[in-house]
Design a protein around this ligand. Structure first.
Ligand code: NDP
Length: 316
């Protein structure tokens, strides 16, 4: 049997929340270990340019930004490792986790920054123009600006889709919303808002059939009416997918209080969860803002909360 590793602070997740927590925790001498998971760098590595993170006056490539954050965390001594947390046991003051079903870690504090994954339709054409940054995106606030003065399409009918459609309508000449049912999922107030915006066209009973393009950039979409089966094409340069997110929190579900979608519930105004010594930051607890800068902010909160917890328990 391999030895159990004991840590003051374990950080799970390598997006802006995890690395910001790591910068603060390592500067506070908490000797943090950060596990990166399956998608090192998190959701920002699926985007191209990040233009809205304060301090990067000329914008920054999403992957580069995560490389910079990792280097910054390492500069202060963060031990960055690869591996998935496959099991946890939060029954008691020492929090137990297992990495890849092998290594057992006992940590005084744990900071969960596992993020959320945007849901996609799964079409090959969608994935192609998503991965090459050619015009498919799951975040209008992040990428909408690149479509200024252009026509875009958005898929989805929840509060997020409505919010993102309104946001795009302020930037784009026209926004077409594809709603697969006869009604919206969104709250009435949000649905009424998009219905009232002149340059938003809403197509009900309509699904995205294919993203069209020249191989490099999107030039339009083909849609299908799921009642009549009729198909037609809509010219556009951007296709936004807003069909929800899945928080990466399943492994913690027996222990932590979560909402019905699986987002970890934190004590308002702090990063504390229902388990003492376990803190949450970033999109794993946030289905509303979901920005790199808000994730980084809550990563800082989690490290400060963890440090105060250690000090109060005489562990630091
Ligand atoms: P939701 O799960 O609420 O909505 C997802 C939407 O995507 C639904 O309209 C669903 O359609 C549609 N959808 C799912 N799969 C497909 C598919 N394959 N093809 C086409 N459409 C599809 O997710 P949201 O991200 O909108 O919201 C998540 C949570 O966050 C909600 O609780 C929401 O209220 C909240 N939120 C609140 C905000 C606010 O208060 N300002 C802002 C943003 C989010 P269908 O309806 O047919 O199932």
């Amino acid at each position: 049997m391999s030895a159990i590793e004991k840590l003051k602070c374990l950080i799970i997740g390598s997006g802006p929340a995890g690395f910001t927590a790591a910068i603060y925790a390592s500067r506070a001498n908490m000797s943090p270990v950060l596990y990166q998971g399956l998608q090192p760098g998190g959701q920002l590595t699926t985007t191209t340019d990040v233009d809205n993170f304060p301090g990067y006056s000329k914008g920054v490539n999403g992957t580069q930004m995560m490389v910079d954050l990792e280097e910054q965390a390492k500069r202060f001594g963060t031990d960055v490792r690869s591996g998935m947390i496959t099991k946890v046991d939060f029954n008691g003051p020492v929090h137990k986790v297992w990495v890849d079903d092998k290594l057992e870690i006992h940590a005084d504090t744990i900071i969960i920054s596992t993020g959320a994954s945007a849901r996609y339709l799964g079409l090959d054409s969608e994935q192609h123009y998503l991965s090459n940054g050619g015009g498919v995106s799951a975040c209008a606030v992040c990428d909408g600006f690149f479509y200024k003065g252009q026509e875009t399409v958005i898929v989805g009918a929840g509060d997020s889709a409505c919010e993102e459609a309104s946001y795009l309508a302020n930037i784009c000449t026209k926004v077409t919303m594809l709603v697969r049912k006869g009604e919206f999922r969104a709250s009435k107030i949000m649905a009424d808002r998009v219905r009232g915006i002149e340059n938003i066209e809403i197509l009900h009973n309509t699904e995205l059939d294919e993203v069209l393009g020249d191989g490099n950039v999107v030039t339009g979409v083909r849609v299908v009416n799921n009642q009549t089966k009729e198909k037609h094409e809509i010219p556009c340069t951007g296709a936004f997918i807003a069909i929800g997110h899945t928080p990466n929190t399943k492994v913690f579900s027996p222990w932590l209080t979560m909402d019905e979608s699986g987002y970890i519930v934190n004590n308002p105004g702090s990063s504390k969860t229902n388990i003492e010594g376990v803190f949450v930051s970033g999109d794993a607890a946030d289905h509303v803002y979901r920005q790199a800068v808000t994730a980084a902010g809550t990563g800082c909160m989690a490290a400060l909360d963890a440090e105060r917890y250690l000090a109060a328990k005489g562990l630091h």
